[in-house]
Write a protein that binds this ligand. Sequence first.
Ligand code: CDP
Length: 786
Amino acid sequence: MTVTENPTPMGFGRMHRKEDARFVRGKGNYVDDIQLPGMLHGSFLRSPYAHAKIVSIDTSAAEALPGVKAVITGKTLETLNLAWMPTLSYDTQAVLATDKVRFQNQEVAFVVAENHYIARDALELIEVDYEPLPVVADAKQALAPGAPVIRDDKEGKTDNHIFDWSAGDAEKTDRVFAESEVVVAEEVLYPRVHPSPLETCGAVADFDKVTGKLTIYSTTQAPHAHRTVYALVAGLPEHKIRVISPDIGGGFGGKVGIYPGYVLAIVGSIVTGKPVKWMEDRNEHLTATAFARDYHMRGEIAATKDGKIKALRVKVLADHGAFNGTAQPTKFPAGFFHIFTGSYDLEAASCDVTGVYTNKAPGGVAYACSFRITEAVYLVERMIDVLAFELKMDPAELRMKNLIKPEQFPYTTPTGWEYDSGDYPKALKLAMDMVEYDKLRAEQAEKLQRGEYMGIGISFFTEGVGAGPRKHMDILGLGMADGAELRVHPTGKAVLRLSVQTQGQGHETTFAQIVAEELGISPDDIEVVHGDTDQTPFGLGTYGSRSTPVSGAATAIVARKVRDRARIVASAMLEVSPDDLEWEKGKFFVKGDPDQAKTIQEIAMAAHSSLELPEGVEGHLDATTVYNPPNLTYPFGAYICVVDVDPATGQVKVRRFIAVDDCGVRINPMIVEGQVHGGLADGIGMALMQLMAFDEDGNHLGASLMDYLLPTSLECPSWELGETVTPSPHHPIGAKGVGESATVGSPAAVVNAVLDALKPFGVRHADMPLTPSNVWRAVQGRPIRT
Ligand code: CDP
């Protein structure tokens, strides 16, 4: 038996997660674990129709059921001016339907009762008279003449159009296309998928009528932003609202927005004077919250005959569901999709994106992806393979020929992104060496002779993570900067307060490691506090892998501020000028005399003592900061997937997966590897298994985990990971984000591998998910079912 080591490095390095001590003992404290005295329970009545007029709602029988404390409908909310709430994209969303329902399982009424069972029983007693309306279940039909208008609540709205948005230089792109030797086009769908974390969404609201204080425990990735929105919408003073995000069982972007359930828990508590809990079940979660993708893309790629890529042109139809609930920075209605030129050095590029309403739950969340970068990476990586197919070129060679070169950094893309640093050919070469690429191609050719279909898929991705800068990026007008506060106690133990909120990424460990690296205090002696607006500084929250790039930088800077103060205190202790001191992790010593030293713990005690300090320097070492990032950080990676496909059954077996990631300096390599493992599994799920399908009446066909298939260890190979390290030049510790890299990069590698295996059948492209039936259909030349 091997005993697992758990070293505690004084800074960066492998270290077991501090938070796991409670998680592995079942001592986590999730929203559904919260029990407050006198707490009531709320449950939603949801619409069976995707589009229907509400003629009448009769709640009298439900109200009469013993144990029911309140039945709230859209009409009740109208009297409070709360029937509609703003979405994170400046749209409006019905909290409870008033005029009509716009997607299946939309919230229609909310019952508050003594317990969950009574609340659920009462739902059965509510009579709703619906008048069904024609449904728009397909984005392509949304703008057809005569299509039913979904958002007729908006004055003067006569169609389902949300926005048109363009990026890049269309004229130049057209010119380059006109002059190019080869042009290839493809229709590529990134289907609707769901983040589907282990923990569904929920909230416990507790309004105290006497103090006017509202405390809300909720599954949120952005507690501070939520508090501000509650204050603006409900008119409650912001300092009287406390949002607590306790342990969160996975977010993946799905817990950034505000759901009707959070609002109803609050209203329920105000109405009844008691705490109210709302916790959705899996079916509700899958059908009514936070969808992602649903991008219908047409890509065109222009190149020379020998494979030099010149330009990319893209058109997108984006299905945003019935309410535009995406969480994108205001300037970018299509998020960061215009990063679609990927990792390649092109002359020109342009894209046009049109957003439409359909009768589906609000979509467009950045599911483990920095604002639509997943769609962008998938498109470009598919287009590269489509071009390789037409040019009969090896896809690795084609990529190598077109990757941005290390000497071109910082590199400005044709659509305006400035990539900070990278050595792309090195990463791709490492992945190819790890997989023994040439040998693998030989094996593939030999197997084909025997009638065995093996595929090798490559994907190279660049992600932009760490939103802000706040000048360019905001959510609902709130700029994307993060605060950090560091308090050092007299005994040298520290408390770090952060605005970001972990949902399982290990922040309590890695952020303590950053302080340890900067101050030489053991991570075990550093408590990380997050997820409570009363206890932490303002900041925009955790999504888009922004915690390390933004709050990680804030942490390093606040620790350096503490160190600067410690230098002054140490200089007084050692009776030398601060300039005569040198820092070695954990202590200051007099230059040239290392024995004359004071440890950070001694300095902390002295800072609280009666020691005479230089004029203008108060005591204590505590510091605060706000970090506004100068740019995004740009992690990248080279992925290679190897599959075996049985064309008779359509069965795909992922045999190997090589992932070389570069996220700059790694704070905790073990945690980084865990993040990558999860994202790779996600990619297999999306590429091969997951689909949120709807029938023509807008009925949801994937409303349980029996239909919406999540990947398990059975579908995953033993991951083979590699790394290169290219520090971010503008990040204080050179780190880039990594949380979502693998989810962004892996679907294209899997799909490219399957299609590589199907090349002998002449298949150039087939859409995800490549389920057995879809693979079989592709082999037969039949349309894919999505
Ligand atoms: O915002 P989110 O936490 O989801 O993503 P992230 O900033 O990429 O960080 C995910 C986890 O990986 C955190 O615990 C990070 O501190 C850790 N990480 C790391 O150890 N080294 C990096 N270069 C990047 C992230």
